[in-house]
Design a protein. Structure first.
Length: 614
């Protein structure tokens, strides 16, 4: 059984190969046309082969053929020239038209010699339009139907055939009708196979189109004469959240951002006039629905490219390619912001260098000047009072110079992440009392009243003792510096969720609104007409912000120009994260001790110089 199946399969493959050799070369490989060509060739060649097989058998067994039988054999043999015509020209529609015409002529002749309108073969004329339907051309189907009607009229006016050729058996008409039904069923099956191939090809085409749309980056549209865009393909749903059914009419124009519509219409008009239009970048609304009641809508940046396309018929149409460039726009925005930030940082550092130069030159000039005076004056002319005065001025200038350098180093360590903290329980009340004692002489000389919170009710915080003290001293120094005589500076503590908030409030000149966002950045100083002449290096708040963030907290500044300033520092009241809560090793403690902030070193010498820390 397997051998027979194998032989049959081999025979089928051989026939398929032979038929493929007769198919017109331009049709080979076409998933729709090649099977139709092979089917037509197989029918034509098979019909002719059957005629050649029947003719000798009929002559041998029955004798000479009658005229109707001869017509049937002639029609079957007439299929071979049709097969050769299709193989040479590849015109399947015309081959089907010739086949239908040949079939109609054969049936007309058969009817003429078998009874005319009463012939058993008359019902077969209904198969002629069905034969023409295999061509897939409505024009050929209509022509075959008209041809059949003309044949019926011809049979009505032409005299009937002689009685010797009429077939009047009782069952002839029934057999003919059954045979006609069987033949038409075969034709219908061929039509169904063609439709199935078309559906399969369409399904495969849709799958390929879907794959293309999923992988493509551009949405391709055709621009109609009225300016509307018809989607041809592309990731429409992915980019804009729309289906092809929703992208109808003037959908594209309606989704263009209002401020971009004049620009879009101008470029569209130029493209329709045949001008070379560069890429158009604009914003399109995303989503299937219109903006909500609050007017909120999501817009994306797209790039439109207009191109003229010429069809095979010579018609020129306008095509539009739409590409999502939101990611590129976001990167450009980030680059612009980074550039602006770099420029601001460069300007700030330039200002700092100028400020630092001034800050360093002033004490150095004092040190050098008074030292030269001591060196140049004869010993007998120098009194002990002058020695003490000059030594005091030299000392203060040196300590101010040390403060500026130490602020720069602290800022550098914070920015590079090299600032080490020793986290331990710190009594906030004790810390504030120490700071109050240190800052009281400075506030008294400035005519500013210091008001501290009740220190008995303050909690214990996990913090670095020296860093916390430096935060408070820097904030108080700034508050005193920018407050006038007779004003008040207060420091309070409150609980806000898991944080303790240290709040320093002054009644000074305030801060301009445009400066508040920049405060806390290195080298940024308040520049206003009412600012003190010696407003520091601009590193005080930067150090406070860095130390607060190292503790897991934050800095916040609230101010109104001329109405005073409130600076709040949030510090966590509970345990800090493990990375920051780990105690330092002995070596680290020793390193931290040696890198003690200048505020604490200076406090043991002279609190006056703390006024220079900013």
């Amino acid at each position: 059984m397997r051998n027979h199946l194998s032989k049959f399969s081999g025979l089928t493959e051989n026939i398929q190969s032979q038929l493929s050799g007769l198919v017109y070369p331009a049709v080979l490989g076409d998933p729709l046309q090649e099977p139709r060509h092979r089917s037509f060739l197989a029918g034509c060649l098979g019909g002719g082969a059957i005629a050649l097989l029947i003719l000798p058998l009929h002559l041998a067994l029955i004798g000479p053929t009658s005229l109707p039988v001869a017509l049937v054999l002639a029609w079957m043999l007439g299929q071979w020239p049709l097969a050769m015509y299709l193989s040479q020209t590849g015109n399947l529609e015309r081959a089907h038209a010739f086949s239908a015409a040949l079939f109609g002529i054969f049936l007309t002749g058969l009817c003429l010699f078998t009874g005319g309108l009463s012939s058993f073969a008359l019902v077969w004329l209904a198969a002629v339009p069905m034969e023409a339907a295999l061509s897939g051309s409505r024009r050929i189907i209509a022509a075959s139907a008209a041809f059949c009607a003309g044949l019926v009229v011809l049979l009505a006016v032409v005299p009937q055939a002689p009685a010797s050729f009429a077939l009047a058996t009782p069952h002839a008409t029934l057999i003919s009708a059954l045979a006609a039904c069987a033949y038409m069923s075969i034709l219908a099956l061929r039509l169904a196979l063609d439709h199935m191939r078309v559906r399969k090809a369409l399904q495969q085409g849709e799958e390929r189109l879907k794959l293309l749309n999923d992988t493509a980056t551009d949405i391709v549209c055709s621009v109609e004469p009225d300016g509307t865009a018809k989607v041809l393909g592309g990731p429409l749903e992915t980019v804009l959240g729309l289906s092809c059914r929703q992208a109808r009419g003037d959908w594209l124009f309606q989704r263009v951002h209002v401020s971009d519509r004049p620009f879009y219409l101008t470029r569209l008009d130029e493209a329709r006039c045949g001008k070379n239009v560069s890429d158009v970048e604009l914003r399109l609304r995303k989503g299937a629905n219109a903006p909500g009641e609050n007017g909120a809508a999501e817009y994306i940046w797209v790039c439109l490219r207009f191109r003229e396309m010429t069809s095979n018929e010579g018609d020129v149409s306008l095509r539009l390619a739409l590409q999502d460039i939101s990611a590129r726009k976001a990167q450009d925005q980030e680059l612009r912001q980074a550039k602006e930030m770099a420029e601001e940082t460069s300007i700030a550092k330039t200002r700092f260098i100028a400020s630092a130069s001034h800050e360093l030159r002033t004490p150095l000039n004092a040190i050098i000047g008074f030292s030269d005076m001591l060196r140049a004056m004869p010993a007998e002319q120098v009194s002990s009072a002058q020695n003490r005065e000059y030594a005091e001025l030299i000392h203060q200038s040196g300590m101010h110079l040390l403060q500026v350098v130490d602020d720069i180093l602290d800022t550098s360590r914070i920015e590079t992440g090299h600032m080490d903290l020793t986290i331990e329980p710190v009594d906030l009340g004790t810390c504030l009392e120490s700071c109050r004692a240190m800052m009281a002489p400075i506030a008294e000389r400035a005519g500013v009243e210091l008001v501290f919170a009740d220190q008995d009710s303050l909690p214990v915080l996990p913090a670095d003792r020296r860093a916390l003290k430096q935060i408070v001293i820097n904030l108080l120094t700034n508050a005193i510096k920018f407050s006038g005589k007779g004003s008040k500076v207060s420091i309070s503590v409150r609980t806000e969720g898991p944080f303790q908030v240290l709040e320093v409030r002054d009644q000074g000149i305030g801060i301009p609104a445009e400066m508040i966002e920049r405060l806390g950045q290195p080298f940024v100083r308040i520049e206003a007409e009412d600012s003190p002449r010696n407003s520091g290096s601009g590193l005080g708040l930067s150090i406070v912000k860095g130390l607060a963030e190292l503790h897991g907290g934050a800095l916040q500044v609230e101010s109104r120009n001329g109405k005073g300033t409130t600076v709040s520092v949030k510090l966590p009241a509970g345990a800090m994260r493990a990375a920051r809560a780990e105690p330092q090793s002995a070596g680290s403690n020793q390193q931290t001790d040696t890198s003690m902030t200048v505020s604490e070193r200076v406090s043991a010498v002279d609190p006056v110089v703390l006024a220079h820390s900013a």
